[in-house]
Design a protein around this ligand. Structure first.
Ligand code: FPP
Length: 251
């Protein structure tokens, strides 16, 4: 495999980690085992992304819609999350990684929130990669919360409706302060966005692989990133305009 060009990596990589349940079912195992194996893949991807110098990694760990899964599975996922965060905070410190969370945290159990707060506080001064976990997260719900806050600010006279533009609106999203993802990977063969980062994915390059999340390997990650590097991102411009800009930048 050709080596990756360190200057053309995504600044922000987002991942929909799908297929834990199917991985387990194919092996006659409980779904929870699939999530446990999925957590091992999370460790590998976090480590690799940080080693490669990716600045922002955002993982879809639990959706707003996942609350409707069987209570046992929800509880197991929350326990796994807490365990992962507690176990990994030391490594995050050594690797200079900062934790961040997006989503409706008021829906999360108190003990999970306490664990998250502690990890966020401990890693707050780290200046390396920002690891964002999307928890109890839904894109539509995030947009509604942003609109609610915006209206409150407008009614209170803190902002005028005349001043609302994309930059202002973005600052009301959970991701305010983060750049939009350049690249999104979704595992397990499903080709949809599933209510993830609806606003932020407007110009993101999308990549789908058949591999279930527990089977996703370092070489698959590199293959995906190599695919990203082969793409021409135009942001609504023409190919000629992009080529001209490249020539000017290299002049
Ligand atoms: C999708 O698989 C995955 C999830 C709903 C949860 C993702 C959680 C992990 C990868 C492990 C814990 C996370 C962290 C950050 C430690 P699915 O259950 O929807 O799979 P299926 O579509 O095959 O049923």
């Amino acid at each position: 495999m050709n080596p990756l060009d360190p200057n053309r990596l995504p600044v922000h990589l987002a991942v929909i980690m799908d297929g834990n349940g199917r991985w387990a079912q194919q092996r006659m195992l409980k779904r929870v085992i699939g999530h446990q194996r999925g957590a091992e893949t999370v460790k590998m991807v976090v480590e690799q992304a940080s080693l490669l110098g990716i600045k922002y990694l955002t993982l879809f760990a639990f959706s707003s819609e996942n609350w409707s899964r069987p209570a046992l599975e929800v509880r197991a996922l929350m326990t796994l999350l807490k365990k992962y965060i507690r176990q990994e905070t030391g490594r995050m410190m050594r690797k200079n990684i900062r934790y961040n969370v997006i989503g409706n945290r008021s829906e999360l159990p108190e003990d999970v929130n306490e664990t998250l707060d502690e990890a966020i506080r401990k890693t707050a001064d780290n200046s390396g990669m920002v690891l964002t976990l999307a928890l109890s997260y839904g894109g539509r719900q995030e947009l509604c919360r942003a609109a609610e806050q915006l209206v409150e600010d407008a009614v209170a006279g803190r902002i005028s409706s005349k001043n609302i533009n994309t930059e202002i609106f973005e600052s009301y999203l959970d991701t305010g302060g983060l750049p939009d993802p350049d690249f999104l990977i979704r595992t397990s063969g499903e080709m949809r966005i599933s209510n993830f980062l609806l606003w932020q994915l407007a110009y993101t390059e999308l990549y789908f692989t058949e591999t279930n999340w527990p089977d996703f390997t370092i070489s698959e990650l590199h293959k995906a990133l190599a695919d990203f590097q082969s793409r021409e991102r135009r942001f609504g411009k023409t190919g000629d305009q992009i080529a001209q800009r490249g020539t000017l930048l290299n002049a």
